[in-house]
Structures are given as structure tokens and as C-alpha cells.
Design a protein around this ligand. Structure first.
Ligand code: SF4
Ligand code: SF4
Ligand code: SF4
Length: 205
């Protein structure tokens, strides 16, 4: 990040956390069984039927971008892999696909396919309050630009890699509020499409 440092947000975060509820994106946008899956797992039905819950994909991911779904994500999905961009983002190394023994994660072309689509949450994005630009240089796919001081996502170019969410300075804010809040978040393609745009106003739970 350039104009501001993560540390500089701590004071703001402490203040904001007082009124912030724990929950966040997953809760706010969860649509039943819609989870953000590792590359090649976007066909939800196919993944569920083929996944052995063997944990190999999560174990091999060098960026820690994969976590395990919990029972809160649905009993059928529990312990299947999902993406969590709080700890890392996907660099499309393909290792999870290589180790998957069943083909639950099939081949994936990040230039044509999407893990998800990034959405800016206007009520959480610190650019609207503090002039934050932490995510400005995070996108390697030309999908994120800044306009009038705020991030703008090109939903057509975004492949859902999660680097912008990972870099989001609201991470500090989120840490105080339970680790779930970001100013920018990647949603599964269907969930993002249902929003009708990549800028959401007042999305808090
Ligand atoms: S492609 Fe690589 S970085 Fe992405 S989720 Fe799989 S193992 Fe992790
Ligand atoms: S490696 Fe394949 S079968 Fe094993 S948990 Fe991951 S997706 Fe499921
Ligand atoms: S998730 Fe963010 S960093 Fe990744 S392609 Fe989309 S806008 Fe760019």
C-alpha cells in the first residue's frame, strides 16, 4: 500500500469495531450452498459428488488460500474445500488440481474462467472514509482501477483470484471485528451476478 499504511488504520479500526458485528461477507451474501471453490471446482454438483474430503488440496496450497467448509456451510459441504482470501489468494499454480485424486477439481483456465467476482462494499471500503488505496496495485488482470479515489471492478476481467481482498486494508478493521470484514470481497459468480453490479452500498449484515 502506498498512501496509507495498515498500521495507520488501527486507531480507526478500534473505533469502528465497537459498533461492528461479527459476521461479514460470508453471512451477508451466503446463498445456501454457494461457496467460493478452488480452481476447477466451480461446478458445485460435480465437486460435491466427487470430493472425498481428503484435504489434499488444502494441504498443498502454497498460499493458504484454501480452507475447509464447516457445517455452517451445509452438512453436505462440510469439510469440502473452499477459498478464504483472508490468509492468501490464488495464484493459479494448479497444485490443488494436480493432487486431487478424483477430478473433483478439474482443469481451470484463469484467462477464461472465474473463481468469482470481486465486489466493493461501499459501507466498508476505507477509501470512502480515509482515502485508502491499498488495493490499487493488487490486480494482475487489469480488472481493478481507481476512479475518483475509489476502487472500481471490471466484472468481465475479474477472475476472482482474491488478491484485492487479501490486500484490503479493512483487514485491520476486520481483525478487530472478528476477522470477517473487508471493503472488497470476492463472491461466487452466481452470487455476484445476483447483485447486478460490482459496487454494493449498505451491504452490512
Ligand atoms: S491453484 Fe494453487 S494457489 Fe490457487 S487454490 Fe490451488 S493450490 Fe492454492
Ligand atoms: S483434493 Fe479433491 S477430493 Fe480431496 S478434498 Fe480436495 S477437492 Fe476433495
Ligand atoms: S479478485 Fe481482485 S485482484 Fe483478482 S482479478 Fe478480480 S479485481 Fe483483480
Amino acid at each position: 500500500m502506498s498512501a496509507m499504511t495498515r498500521r495507520s488504520f488501527v486507531g480507526l479500526a478500534a473505533v469502528c469495531a465497537v459498533g461492528a458485528g461479527v459476521g461479514g461477507l460470508g453471512t451477508a451474501f451466503a446463498q445456501g450452498d454457494e461457496l467460493l471453490r478452488p480452481p476447477g471446482g466451480q461446478d458445485e454438483r460435480a465437486l460435491r459428488s466427487a470430493c472425498l474430503k481428503c484435504d489434499r488440496c488444502r494441504s498443498v496450497c502454497p498460499t493458504d488460500a484454501i480452507s475447509l467448509a464447516s457445517v455452517e456451510d451445509g452438512l453436505v459441504s462440510a469439510r469440502t474445500p473452499k477459498l478464504d482470501f483472508h490468509k492468501g489468494y490464488c495464484d493459479f499454480c494448479g497444485k490443488c488440481i494436480q493432487v486431487c485424486p478424483t477430478g473433483a477439481l478439474r482443469s481451470f483456465d484463469e484467462t477464461r474462467e472465474k473463481l468469482g467476482v470481486a465486489v466493493v462494499q461501499k459501507d466498508r471500503c476505507l477509501s470512502y472514509f480515509q482515502g485508502c488505496n491499498a488495493c490499487e496495485d493488487s490486480c494482475a488482470f487489469g480488472a481493478l482501477s481507481f476512479s475518483q479515489g475509489h476502487p472500481v471492478i471490471d466484472g468481465g476481467l475479474c477472475n476472482g483470484c482474491g488478491q484485492c481482498e487479501y490486500e484490503c486494508t479493512a483487514l485491520v478493521y476486520g481483525t478487530f471485528a472478528g476477522g470477517t470484514r473487508r471493503g472488497i470481497v470476492v463472491l461466487p459468480p452466481q452470487a455476484a451476478a445476483a447483485l447486478g453490479g460490482t459496487l454494493v452500498d449498505g451491504a452490512s449484515e
